[in-house]
Design a protein around this ligand. Structure first.
Ligand SMILES: O=P(O)(O)OC[C@H]1O[C@](O)(COP(=O)(O)O)[C@@H](O)[C@@H]1O
Length: 345
């Protein structure tokens, strides 16, 4: 960065970047590129609604609960509608799985090659207090025959089968970060031009870090391995940072090095976060940036979903930190090795 170009917008727009990347694949037909553009468009609209939600009666509760039993915020509902509309109009998608809808949203589009899983607005508890929130999305290829019914095979795919994934972070500045399996890139939104510009090229997460992000309010009901890992973080004087918006906590740790974890607890026996439309996307990004993501025991991307809204514990971020957390689980398992095994020695 030189004094001359301080403050000048960097040059590559999202559109141009997508086009350039598409040219890398001679067989590419442009549908995935168009789908990424559709998601960016919906992101621009949501960004606009978020920045003025207090002025246009979009703050506060909507007055209904979603399939998780969570109170929906008005912006949850608006974000859901806007993304569904953008994906429907784009014509590349045959089905959507959304945090806000119980069942599969079948777009009845036989030409749609892709299935999208999304959390239209992540961090809902932070909407009304002007704290960063986000959108999370995963893209899969349709498996069943076009024109036929959407099947479980289409919507319950492992995270390792994602063809693309990413998030939008609506914060001090808004950013779109995504991967198509060839590295991670970030684009900052320039509202006065209505354009996303490449600002974070080939993002790599530090292999290790000194930040841990967990809601310690549930500490007493975490399992011993989690308590031991938290004590380990404290013994190393790591910084505790917890925004309460997964996308915001994840993004900070991606940039600076750190670990976010949402373990199982008494109030969330399987963790809180949803595998299909929260964890899989961020796990793909984390791994593509050199980080890692597990449920404490196994790689998130290897878990085969059985239900659309299933939850999973999540440990995600810098590779060495996620491995370290895994050690505590492994030790706990070894220590509690059943007596029978001992007698065989
Ligand atoms: O308040 P808690 O229990 O710490 O949970 C906060 C976590 O839940 C979430 O808000 C879940 O996401 P939604 O807001 O999309 O339901 C995450 O963004 C966040 O990390």
């Amino acid at each position: 960065m030189t004094k001359e170009n301080l403050g000048l917008p960097v040059g590559t727009t999202l559109d141009r970047f997508i086009k350039r990347k598409q040219d890398d694949f001679p067989y590419a037909t442009g549908e995935l590129s168009q789908l990424l553009r559709d998601i960016a468009l919906a992101g621009k609209i949501i960004n606009r609604e978020i920045t003025r939600c207090g002025l246009i009666n979009l703050a506060g509760a909507f007055g209904a609960t979603n399939v998780q039993g969570e109170e929906q915020q008005k912006l949850d509902v608006v974000a859901n509608i806007r993304f569904i509309r953008a994906l429907r109009n784009g014509g590349e998608v045959c089905a959507i799985i959304s945090e806000e809808d119980e069942g599969i949203i079948d777009l009845e589009n036989p030409n749609g090659k892709y299935v999208v899983a999304m959390d239209p607005l992540d961090g809902s508890s932070n909407i009304d207090v002007n704290v960063s929130i986000g959108t999370i999305f995963s893209i899969y290829r349709r498996k069943s025959a076009p024109g036929g019914p959407i099947t479980d095979e289409d919507v319950l795919q492992k995270g390792s089968e994602q063809v693309a994934a990413g998030y939008l972070l609506y914060g001090t500045s808004s950013i779109l970060v995504y991967t198509t399996g060839y590295g991670v890139n970030g684009f900052t939104y320039e509202p006065s031009l209505g354009e996303f510009f490449l600002s974070h090229q080939s993002l790599k997460s530090p292999e290790d870090g000194k930040i841990y992000s967990v809601n310690e309010g549930s500490y007493n009901t975490f399992e011993p391995a989690v308590k031991e890992y938290i004590e380990y973080c404290k013994s190393r004087e790591f910084s505790g940072r917890y925004i309460g918006s997964l996308v915001a906590d994840f993004h900070r740790n991606l940039m600076k090095g750190g670990i976010y974890f949402y373990p199982a607890s008494a109030k969330a026996p399987n963790g809180k976060l949803r595998l299909v439309y929260e964890c899989n996307a961020l796990a793909f990004i984390a791994e593509q940036a050199g980080g890692a993501a597990t449920d404490g025991h196994q790689r998130i991307l290897d878990i085969t979903p059985t239900k659309l809204h299933q939850r999973t514990p999540l440990f995600i971020g810098s590779k060495k930190m996620v491995e370290q957390a895994g050690h505590f689980f492994k030790q706990a398992t070894e220590h509690h090795q059943p007596a029978a095994a001992v007698t065989s020695l």
